[in-house]
Design a protein around this ligand. Structure first.
Ligand SMILES: CC(C)(COP(=O)(O)OP(=O)(O)OC[C@H]1O[C@@H](n2cnc3c(N)ncnc32)[C@H](O)[C@@H]1OP(=O)(O)O)[C@@H](O)C(=O)NCCC(=O)NCCS
Length: 145
């Protein structure tokens, strides 16, 4: 298994995983939008993506959207990564693949000056994130606008 940064030719598989995670019916109405997003954000480095590649087939991915918030005393760069598109193909689960991808990505994010990773978890994935050291936030509020 090769653990590597995503490249442009991985985009179709990133889109496939995204649609599965969004529980989308198999339609292609958003494919161009997804494709433009991945192409642009990989190129301007606002998105960090690691993939697991089994002999040329991408079987797992983790993505991090890099956001710059106002600097804080505990995060002077203000850089925060929002973790998303975390997916492993069923036959490859429970083999430590996401664990390895997250650990590689964390090293890279740290070198970029990111000091915090945020995420929304599915119920299924919560024990995994807890194992990685993520803790549930208490003061989080949101509104759809
Ligand atoms: C959640 C998911 C990404 C895990 O990927 P994976 O490659 O199997 O993860 P790993 O093998 O690296 O698991 C690392 C650790 O997380 C925990 N873990 C992973 N899947 C788990 C599950 N289904 N239930 C409980 N703990 C789990 C375990 O502690 C595991 O270590 P262990 O197998 O040594 O006990 C994968 O099951 C998946 O794609 N699920 C559907 C999509 C999803 O829920 N994505 C997350 C959206 S927030």
């Amino acid at each position: 298994m090769l653990f590597r940064k995503a490249i442009v030719t991985d985009i179709p598989q990133l889109i496939t995983f995204r649609k599965i995670l969004l529980s989308s019916e198999d339609n292609s109405s958003m494919d161009e939008t997804f494709s433009n997003y991945f192409e642009t954000s990989l190129s301007d480095k606002s998105l960090v993506v690691w993939v697991a590649d089994d002999d040329g087939v991408v079987v797992s991915t983790v993505c991090f959207c890099i956001c710059r918030f106002a600097p804080r005393f505990d995060n002077p760069t203000g850089l925060v990564a929002y973790m998303t598109n975390v997916y492993t193909i069923p036959n490859y689960r429970r083999q430590g693949i996401v664990s390895k991808l997250v650990s590689e990505a964390k090293e890279e994010l740290a070198t970029l000056g990111v000091r915090k990773i945020l995420l929304h978890s599915s119920d299924m994935a919560k024990p995994m994130y807890e194992k990685f050291g993520f803790v549930e936030g208490k003061n989080y509020m949101s509104i759809n606008i």
